[in-house]
Unconditional design. Structure first.
Length: 317
């Protein structure tokens, strides 16, 4: 439980800027209005949109809130806060099957533009899975960026897992081919592939991913497939646009949001999920392996409004 509690605390700290951006404004609305009217809803709507929750998610949240207020005959704005919090949580549910790849033999492709922390994420995931007692192989198929191989090799060493590839300029598809062979030979539970992140030339990226997919279908069809896109939360709406573009070239099954601790735009987690229907599966709030955790909407929204986590509450009792 310690790790989880520690993470909640770091999440609360990491979301400070986002909280100042969203929760503080909302509290001002709740205390500033004496009745619930259209203006009250408009103010909340504006704060959520400005807080990067996105128009679609915000509309759904406000609609949900109006409905609950009506059903429960609530007259006092202050009484709406809990309802608003639960409406936001409902927008972000990840679903039970989200982590199926952790339970089976799996291939996890990790894509994302350079500079978002993609290679680091692959390294951290390798460390996490290894700590769960899984046998992990890394395929270093981002052969475009000079430092990627070396950086990944460092993570692989640290995690004590095997890495295949990493030579600059090698053909990514052949790296994946070799990595699959190694994963099969070593009976690995998870093959993690760090793949290219060049969105400016979508056609090339599309071709490359198609080639990789063909190899996986042919050579490793028994493995469960997961494709994660890594996005930098500090880029806000730009992260949402990247997710959209990547979902045009690949069958994205989940999002990893990094650098949540450095941004006032953490609300983008809600927007991405709502706009694209792709769940945020991991979030990162710092440098260490423990700082990358499964996304938990309940925990995230509680941290955003800083309501004590259950594990914190037990300590306070």
């Amino acid at each position: 439980m310690g790790e989880k509690k520690g993470f909640f605390k770091r999440l609360v700290e990491g979301l400070t800027k986002t909280r100042d951006n969203i929760a503080a404004g909302i509290d001002a609305v709740f205390s500033g209005f004496s009745k619930i009217d259209d203006e009250f809803y408009e103010e909340i709507e504006e704060i959520l949109v400005m807080g990067d929750l996105g128009v679609k998610a915000t509309e759904a949240i406000i609609e949900n809130l109006r409905q609950k207020v009506k059903e429960q005959h609530i007259k006092d704005p202050a009484a709406c806060k809990e309802l608003l919090i639960s409406s936001i949580k409902e927008q972000m549910e990840v679903g039970e099957t989200a982590y199926r790849f952790e339970e089976e033999r799996a291939v996890v492709l990790v894509i994302g533009v350079n500079g978002v922390g993609k290679t680091t994420t692959v390294g951290k995931l390798a460390g996490k899975f290894k700590a769960q007692g899984k046998k992990v192989v890394i395929g270093a198929a981002d052969t475009f960026r000079a430092a990627a191989g070396g950086q990944l090799a460092e993570w692989a060493n640290r995690a004590g897992v095997e890495m295949i590839g990493g030579q600059e300029g090698a053909d990514p598809a052949s790296v994946v081919y070799d990595a699959v062979a190694a994963a099969k030979a070593r009976n690995a539970d998870i093959l993690l592939c760090d793949t290219a992140g060049r969105l400016h030339n979508k056609k090339n990226l599309m071709e490359e991913l198609k080639k990789i997919n063909r190899i996986l279908e042919r050579e490793f069809d028994q493995a469960y497939r997961e494709t994660l896109v890594v996005l930098d939360a500090t880029t806000g709406q730009n992260a949402l646009n990247q997710a959209k573009q990547f979902s045009e070239v690949a069958d994205i099954t989940g999002i990893v949001l990094t650098k949540m601790d450095g941004t006032a735009k953490g609300g983008i987690a809600v927007a991405i999920q709502s706009e694209l229907g792709i769940p945020v599966k991991y979030i990162g709030v710092g440098e260490s392996i423990e700082d990358l955790q499964k996304f938990d909407s309940e925990q995230f929204v509680n941290a955003l409004f800083h309501k004590p986590d259950e594990s914190e509450e037990q300590n306070l009792l």
